[in-house]
Design a protein around this ligand. Structure first.
Ligand code: PEP
Length: 249
């Protein structure tokens, strides 16, 4: 059975005081009306503090990135075991900002996914096309490559532990959301590709989130689509009110 998962990606926003305030607002007002898994992904520097503050709450903790090695001389990087040791259950892998600004390839992301899984983290693997790719009818081709190369070598059992986030790059932080029909079309395609990489039952069990300007006023319609099993939320996760309104859609 699929789990519905809504995650908040705080990106490089909030100082520690703001992070604490946001978490207090979330945990004091979170009723989990929809019985979904809610995840917050603060910057690395706040993970320990947020982890402590989330104790006793059903809100889960995720990181925004991870380095694909167990340990070593990788100045400035963070290993999967380090994330586990501060209470992370999730990690975002392959966000379009990392693909774009840090030139992370599908092959490198495949390594990150392997290390995350080996260490018991649930990766949220982001895929999505740029505007020019959509406009030149490349959407399915781009996403097919991101899935085939990024998920290469994983067994069906491993794939079940990966969450996919479909994030059209043109919809991230732009206020332009994919229409529920556009999103559903790509989600159904992703599920079909996942079935090719495993089998239909596995593909059906995988959570596929939509991300790209999800807001309280568009979440219900998006979540109403059969292949949309959650959301990856950026801007609207930075205010307790709007994130709570989304998770209580
Ligand atoms: C994101 O950061 O993954 C994202 C989807 O951002 P926003 O919700 O602001 O578009």
């Amino acid at each position: 059975m699929r789990k519905t998962i809504v995650a908040g990606n705080w990106k490089m926003f909030t100082d520690l005081a703001e992070a604490n305030e946001l978490i207090t607002g979330l945990k004091n007002n979170f009723q989990n009306k929809n019985q979904i898994e809610v995840v917050v992904c603060p910057p690395f520097t706040h993970l320990s503090a947020v982890s402590l503050s989330l104790q006793g709450s059903s809100i889960q903790l995720g990181a925004q990135n991870v380095y694909p090695e167990e340990k070593g001389a990788y100045t400035g990087e963070i290993s999967p075991a380090m994330l586990k040791s501060v209470g992370c259950q999730y990690v975002i892998v392959g966000h379009s900002e990392r693909r774009e600004y840090f030139h992370e390839s599908n092959a490198f992301l495949n390594k990150k996914l392997q290390f995350a899984l080996q260490n018991g983290l649930t990766p949220i693997y982001c895929v999505g096309e740029k505007l020019e790719e959509r406009e030149s009818d490349q959407t399915f081709k781009v996403i097919e490559a991101q899935l085939k190369e990024g998920l290469s070598g994983f067994s069906a059992a491993q794939l079940k532990n990966i969450v996919i986030a479909y994030e059209p790059v043109w919809a991230i932080g732009t206020g332009k959301t994919a229409s529920p029909e556009q999103a559903q079309e790509v989600h159904a395609f992703i599920r079909q590709e996942l079935a090719k990489l495993s089998d239909a039952a596995t593909a059906d069990a995988i959570t596929i989130q939509y991300g790209g300007s999800v807001k309280p006023d568009n979440v219900t319609e998006l979540m109403g689509k059969p292949d949309i099993d959650g959301a990856l939320v950026g801007g609207a996760s930075l205010k307790a009110d709007s994130f709570l309104a989304i998770v209580n859609y």
